[in-house]
Design a protein around this ligand. Sequence first.
Ligand SMILES: [Zn+2]
Ligand SMILES: [Zn+2]
Length: 890
Amino acid sequence: MGKKEILEKFSADPERYYKVRLFEEKGFERKSCATCHRYFWTMDEKRTNCPDHSDDTYSFIGNPPTKKRFDYTQAWKEVESFFVKNGHTSVNRYPVVCRWRDDLYFTIASIVDFQRVMGSKVVFEFPANPLVVPQTCLRFKDLENVGVTGRHFSSFCMIGQHSIPNDHGYWKDQCIDLDYRLVTEQFGIDKNEVVFVEDVWEGGGSFGSSLEFFVKGVELGNAVFTEFQGDLSSYKTLDQKIIDMGAGLERFAWITMGTPTAYDCCFGPITGSLVQQAGIDANSELLVRYFTEIAKNLNRFVDLSEVRKNASKSAGISEEQIKKTIIPLEGIYLIVDHIRTLIFAISDGALPSNVGGGYNLRIMLRRIISTMDRLALKFDMNEIIDTQIDYLKNTYPELEKTRNDVKTIIEIESGRYENSKLRMQKIVSKLNQRPTVDDLIRLYESDGVTPDYLKEMNVISEIPATFYTKLSELHQSKKSEKQDHLPLEGLAETELLYYDKDPKEFDAKVLKSFDKYVVLDRTSFYARGGGQEPDHGKIAGFDVIDVNKHGNIVVHELKGGIPKEGETVLCIVDSKRREGITKHHTSTHILNSSSRNILGSWVWQHSAFKETDHARLDITHHSALTDEEVAKIEEMANAKVKENIPVTIQNFDRGTAEQKYGFRIYQGGIVPVKSVRIVSIKDFDIEACGGTHVKSTKDVELIKITRTKRIQDGVVRLEFVAGKTAQEYVKKHEAELTKASAEQTAKEQRDKLREERKEQAREKIPALLEQISQTSKGKVDEILVSSGKFYSTTDDQYDEYFHINFGEKLVKANPRAVYCGIFEERGTVRAIIHAGEEASKQNKASDIAQAVSLVLGGSGGGNPRFAQGGGPDKSKKDEAINKAKSMVLG
Ligand SMILES: [Zn+2]
Ligand SMILES: [Zn+2]
């Protein structure tokens, strides 16, 4: 079903779909655009064209249609006070990281705030009705337009006006009435300027008519009336009709300010400050001309370079002015836009990385740096962050809390990029032709080379329009898990005993048994879920080896046989195993919050696994953990264990839980049911969790982190043990430590002795050589001298250092001599043989070493002048010497 067909159908019956009370009351006239034939509603008798095809398009630039001027912050105050005055509740923005939907990384529209997934269905849950919300939305599809078009942002504030038509809320008539009055009364825009264009909206299996409202060619908002489900050939009215009006706050500010671009009035004082720092001559008359033409040409051309070419031509802007003013300005707009998006995303817990949603954040930061490099702009990133947060906190005070965290992450990530530049340079130098879009994607995907870097390096002049769209599509959707299909139709949902009395022995009726599987009417066996491993035990005497939930039915897998359907069976849960698992589960919560406290607000649980004797917690963090960080996390966790804080479990309505505790509760992912089970360790850790937990933190006994590892970009794994296993681990570890320390001491002693002997040898060798040169037979200080040709010793006072150095000098002084030193080292006998230049012609040192080693029960080798060997037989030292002696002396 296409949008076009729905629009045709709806526009064929305007009375039913578009005519609202306001049009009737104020005398709006329905017209068809003289150019494109689209239908629109206006009070201006002379208007013949739709806003896209009117002459006054974007004529507010340099000439705003309002008396009052409102910047971004003030514009929201105006909108908010208008809707509150008219019975709406003003709701705080939801996080930009969409924790409550597993098909979206980021919040892309205000209505997403209130969508919750129930099975395969999306339902709406409103915390108030009607309501208005200043929702920051992130969208990465038009990145190449950001900074260039004057109106595209990577994140923007969507004014969300939402209502469910019932006793409290309203439907079309009142919605359009309010929107009209917002524009005309609150913002003071002339009623003849407001144009409503007929449109439709469809998505997620539902659709409805919509009215877009425009002033001077700029679309301020779109009121969608989500009404039907199905497709055009067969649809029905939704049980829950929804008013989904979304308007761009940036545009409301822009139209009242009439600045050349929306960027000039939506980022607070930072834009002006950077323009000044960069020394750009921002001649406003020239900019008004240029950006008005850009806005007009955007409707005419798809390709951005065409838009720019035509705009500069019709605005009469020279090449020189483009280079000196427009291009650096575009750079500044891009930088402030991208940093604002990073501030929101990082504050809400997202990290730049090479996976998932982190992808877009990394590419944005790299664009910022590349742009600064390309334009030789030397801005202080922290100053930009500070100025932006100072400005944004008027509307979003929560950003103050994460100010430093944002700076930390941006600094680390910038450093990483700088470090990768050398590698990127090499890759780029090997490119021998202009890269295609697919090449660009591959270059970024596999080598991290951004197109902005290629632009900076002059490899490409423009980033192709489709690059960011393609890239963001590649990383758009998360995978959803597939489940096996078991024959469970018609079975009643299993009563879960472990959430209540949790008996370890109970009777239950077999509702179904097949293959190796059993379904009971009730069970106390915990089914695998939320990273917690299943219980084991016995059902009717058979071993339970696995337990899984299929929808609301618990399926037990048995080994050795299965009971018959209809039987009542005795079930016994292995309570020891459960106890271990439970301790590890509560420990996971404690470690998660400890990690966040020690490392930073960006730490979220990425995933977790809890077994009876070990567990692991994967957290989002930018770098591998240092020993010091691990020690601190462990210390804090164990302090919480010692404090003996009660672990409480309470069920809440999902909306209430979110409002009360915020979205931090979703550490383990989304909760697909209306009632959430909140597990609290006072206010230290509060999570929505379906697992089993100890009564009080002391029950965990002890938590020991056994290993940590960076498992992917932006994710660190903590492996740990708790309870008995942790105690055992400490005992074993202590024994290992004692052993290691004894070994260390022994080694230190050996090293010391060796040093002393070395020192002695250095002093002794020259004196010994002197004495030996005067002796041809007998003994000199335990060294046997034979015929001035053979010298040997087995004395313990000499070590390897001595034999090597002494022997070398001896045979150098006496080329006819052979030296054989035998000594013990760490339980074996070693032999070192030197042969003088002359001597080696008859007796090679290597031959002697071989023969001597054979006597000692080992092996040896080397070259004719120097060889080594040895063996285990300590009783044969003298025999070995004699062997060598007889070889030399014959
Ligand atoms: Zn038109
Ligand atoms: Zn949990």
